[in-house]
Design a protein around this ligand. Structure first.
Ligand code: ARG
Length: 459
């Protein structure tokens, strides 16, 4: 038998394979709450504009609430023959309220319906990402504040570069996640236009009130072009691209946590709550949460590329290709929220190891730049020459197998006769970080100023 919703011109029902490739109910049932919210707004508007009777609208309202509770309580039987969430809900509404259900689809199409449902869903995810990011930033601020003046090695090329403060390193991630936060907020502001009422693609001849439905669903305004409204998936792509950048940040941080928690570094101890053991090696405590964050991020990048690829060749307006938008976004959103929560938990629990951090801070001639700067400042040497002299001192220390502050004054003076013992003041890592007071620099006072600024920003 042909489809009850659209089978009027069909003599035969679909092949089983057709049904399998066509149906989206297996995944778009996640849009049930949004679908019913959209239908309720539409029904109320149809009555307010006199397109349907108040009693029909009231029957729809009650019926839709019944269907929603059936779904919420797991009593709803989803049907593949009914393709998707929209037709599943409408068919059940017909069973519950009878004939008035047939008027719900007046002045509406599944094309504007699905765009509306999906936008509502993505909007909730943008809000959830915002909440997750704020919580993560707050956890980082706690860590930054506790160790605002702890020194650690700063790296370039993963080679020791200059000493930095632990607080400064934490605050670098606050800046990254802060940009993610602003991207999420931008995306939300831009996407908040309602597609409902665009109908199939051209609008409708019924005297609908799009302002009313837009407002009822929390949108700022109706989308201005019906062709665009049903074929736009920018909101999903912006979510995925903001999610991808955020995921990239999470992955970089996860990578650092994996390195830092190793026996070779011991910069941080991760909590038992966010680690796992080995079934053979009794001593092991593995940073699995960090590794899984690092790995899951690939799915988010993949979703972004997949949906871009789905959309890139589609002529206006709706094509069924667009049904492939949902699983990608669902999976990316689930994994982003999980990764944000796991990272927040790890950051809250982790114990930075002050002694290990400080011990490593001076290794690898990390204050060589301070020494060169001293030669410039005190001896008036051109920086290029100071760089060369410092290089010779580093080579000397390396040959002797010691760090820069362990060279004697006599040894220093063999390289350059005018060096005085005052030079030792700048070779210590604490003096080094304390001296870097330029705006945004690693000096504890700068770090504390940034922590204060962020606390104010977050309120
Ligand atoms: N299940 C469809 C989707 O997810 C709903 C829209 C179907 N529209 C249509 N004209 N067949 O995109």
């Amino acid at each position: 038998t042909s489809n009850a919703m659209w089978g009027g011109r069909f003599a035969a029902g679909p092949d089983a394979i057709m049904e399998a490739i066509n149906a989206s109910i297996g995944f778009d049932k996640r849009l049930a709450a949004q679908d019913i919210a959209g239908s309720r707004a539409h029904a109320a508007m149809l009555a307010a504009t006199g397109i349907i009777s108040d009693s029909d609208a009231e029957a729809m309202r009650e019926g839709l609430l019944t269907v929603l509770s059936e779904i919420d309580e797991g009593r709803f039987e989803f049907s593949t023959a009914l393709e998707d969430i929209h037709m599943n809900v409408e068919a059940r509404l017909k069973e519950v309220i009878g004939e008035p259900a047939g008027r719900l689809h007046t002045g509406r199409s599944r094309n504007d319906q699905v765009a509306t449902d999906f936008k509502l869903w993505v909007r909730d995810q943008l809000d959830a990402a915002e909440t997750g990011l704020v919580a993560l930033i707050e956890a980082l601020l706690v860590q930054a504040e506790a160790g605002a003046d702890w020194v650690m090695p700063g790296f370039t090329h993963l080679q020791t570069a200059q000493p930095v403060t632990w607080g400064h390193h934490m605050m670098a991630y606050v800046e990254m996640f802060g940009r993610d936060l602003s991207r999420v907020r931008d995306a939300r502001a831009r996407m908040n236009e309602c597609p409902l009422g665009a109908a199939a693609l051209a609008g409708t001849s019924f005297p609908i009130d799009r302002e009313m439905t837009a407002q009822a669903l929390g949108f700022d305004r109706p989308a201005a072009n019906s062709l665009d409204a049903v074929s736009d998936r920018d909101f999903a792509l912006e979510f995925l691209s903001a999610a991808s950048i955020c995921a990239m940040h999470l992955s970089r941080f996860a990578e650092e946590l994996v390195i830092w928690s190793s026996a070779q570094f011991r910069f941080v101890v991760l909590s038992d709550r966010f680690s796992t053991g080995s079934s053979i090696m009794p001593q092991k405590k593995n940073p699995d949460a960090a590794e899984l964050i690092r790995a899951k991020i690939g799915r988010i990048f993949g979703a972004n590329v997949a949906l871009m690829t789905v959309m890139k060749g589609l002529p206006l307006a709706y094509s069924k290709d667009m049904q492939e938008d949902k699983e990608q976004v669902f999976d990316a959103a689930d994994n982003l929220m999980l990764a944000l929560a796991a990272m927040e938990g790890m950051v809250r629990d982790m114990a930075p190891q002050r002694e290990a951090l400080e011990g490593a801070a001076g290794a690898g001639f990390s204050t060589a730049t301070d020494l060169a700067d001293w030669l410039v400042r005190v001896l008036g040497m051109p920086f290029r020459e100071a760089h060369h002299v410092t290089g010779a001192l580093v080579a000397k220390a390396e040959a002797k197998g010691c760090d820069l502050p362990e060279l004697s004054l006599a040894e220093m003076q063999e390289v350059h006769g005018e060096i005085t013992k005052a030079v030792y003041d700048v070779l210590g890592v604490h003096n080094s970080v304390a001296s870097r007071v330029s705006y945004g620099g690693t000096a504890p006072e700068q770090v504390r100023a940034q922590i204060a600024r962020w606390k104010e920003v977050l309120g």
